[in-house]
Ligand binder design. Structure first.
Ligand code: ADP
Ligand code: MG
Length: 250
């Protein structure tokens, strides 16, 4: 059995003719949690958006295989249905769209793709209510518009709620821990740990070692100037916390 979920080879990506990812390589197996750290502007969010299929980026070279399929020509929704989930660094507000309806449509659209029965609003409420407690969210957030007026921490919890609901095999969390107070960080970490199992993988983009105190990474990577320049274990994150990134260039 091949347990490799994601295989990225020699990825070179530009936006507006500017090269952002430069020979980026990464291999992720089921059951693994990969932390990606690195200075601002090193290309971490670019990598996550390219993986999710953002149309603004141009792939000059390289390959992305997910569960053995080349996904480079797939739309974001096809990638999502196949099992890739991205929690945004900056979750967007969608005025006019109720959170409950948004979540139900996303859920049903995946059910349909997987040839599973779609659920009606009442059945969905039962499903989502169970998930809400995992991220300590009040049902009140279902009737509000998607992220509209949510605090920073509430937006991040709403992203984790989506992740848990869609039950994707590969989730990329782009700085989901940034700006959270310690209680919110614990709630999110508990949600992540509850969600994770041996059939899934998670890529955590983070600046803070403190998240990794709660969610234990299999690997820690340092990204700089569009590529991974160092890979280690959680000890590497601790070293970075003490020493910053400069020493890596010596
Ligand atoms: P990180 O998430 O690691 O902080 P990003 O992936 O957001 O880094 O950005 C990587 C680099 O790409 C930055 O230097 C950023 O300014 C640049 N970049 C991103 N989008 C654009 C764009 N539309 N035009 C030009 N440069 C861009
Ligand atoms: Mg970023």
């Amino acid at each position: 059995m091949n347990s490799t979920l994601l295989e990225i080879k020699n990825l070179q990506v530009t936006i507006n003719e500017i090269e952002i990812l430069k020979r980026f390589n990464l291999s992720v197996k089921k059951g693994e949690i990969h932390a990606i750290m690195g200075p601002n502007g090193s290309g971490k969010s670019t990598f996550s958006k390219v993986l999710a299929g953002h149309p603004s980026y141009r792939i000059k070279e390289g390959e992305i295989f997910f569960k053995g399929c080349n996904i480079l020509n797939l739309d974001p929704e096809e990638r999502s249905h196949l099992g890739i989930f991205l929690a945004f660094q900056y979750p967007i507000e969608i005025p006019g769209a109720s959170n409950e309806e948004f979540l139900r449509l996303a859920y049903n659209s995946k059910q349909k793709f997987c040839n599973k029965p779609e659920v009606d609003p009442l059945e969905f409420l039962e499903i989502i209510n169970q998930k809400l407690s995992l991220v300590n969210m009040s049902p009140k957030f279902l009737s509000r518009n998607v992220n509209e007026g949510f605090s920073g921490g509430e937006k991040k919890r709403n992203e984790i709620l989506q992740m848990i609901l869609l039950d994707s095999e590969l989730s990329i969390l782009d700085e989901t821990d940034s700006g959270l107070d310690i209680d919110a960080l614990k709630i999110i970490s508990t949600g992540i740990n509850h969600f994770m199992d041996t059939n899934k993988a998670i890529i955590l983009i983070t600046h803070y070692q403190r998240l990794l105190d709660y969610v234990n990474p299999t690997y820690v990577h340092v990204m700089q100037d569009g590529r991974i320049i160092k890979t280690g274990t959680s000890a590497l994150a601790k070293e970075l916390e003490d020493k910053g990134y400069e020493w890596l260039n010596d």
